[in-house]
Design a protein around this ligand. Structure first.
Ligand SMILES: [Zn+2]
Length: 186
């Protein structure tokens, strides 16, 4: 009996190990500056239209309040750590100049200046508008180690960051279109 149990356990862990190897891309080893923790108090943010830093309060709402404000897909992606299907979002293939804001709180997240063609079907950037405007945390779901990217103002899930991006940062911020609202440059 012991041998049989041991054998089953070995099979299980072997399966887990196999899944891990074939899972997603490795987690980013490079830590973007200033994004290690999720702040609770007033936070410093970069305002892209004013081209300066401002102080802002965190935006905290109940799930019901977020549901009223967002579409079902926006809610699923940003509040339930969902991922939209590749090549289906509004902005994966957008080449217009402008700013990508958090669809939940309006925080400036990314600029078209830092967007590039990753070929993944998700809008991809090599840096945020400012390190302060996003937060990151480890995500060990789906048998893989990834680095989750969140809005630093309202903690909305935005996507993940990987270390296979282009120069000069080498980072790939793989975002969900549904988590962002594109504001075309005037
Ligand atoms: Zn936000």
């Amino acid at each position: 009996m012991f041998t049989r149990r041991y054998f089953l356990a070995a099979c299980f862990f072997g399966l887990v190990a196999a899944c891990s190897k074939t899972g997603s891309l490795p987690a980013a080893t490079a830590t973007p500056a200033g994004t290690a923790t999720i702040s609770k108090g007033p936070i410093r943010l970069y305002a892209a239209d004013r081209k300066e830093y401002i102080m802002s309060e965190k935006v905290i709402k109940t799930p019901e309040e977020w549901r009223r404000q967002l579409t079902a897909e926006q809610y699923h992606v940003t509040r339930e750590q969902g991922t939209e299907q590749a090549f289906t979002g509004e902005t994966w293939n957008n080449h217009e100049k402008g700013i990508y804001r958090c669809v939940n709180c309006g925080n400036d997240l990314y600029s078209s200046e830092h967007k590039y063609e990753s070929g993944t079907g998700w809008p991809s950037f090599w840096q945020p508008v400012a390190a302060e405007n996003i937060a990151t945390r480890e995500d060990n779901s789906l048998f893989s180690r990834r680095t989750e990217v969140l809005c630093s103002r309202c903690d909305a899930h935005l996507g993940h960051v990987f270390n296979d991006g282009p120069k000069p940062t080498g980072l790939r911020y793989c975002m969900n279109s549904a988590a962002m609202k594109f504001i075309k440059a005037p």
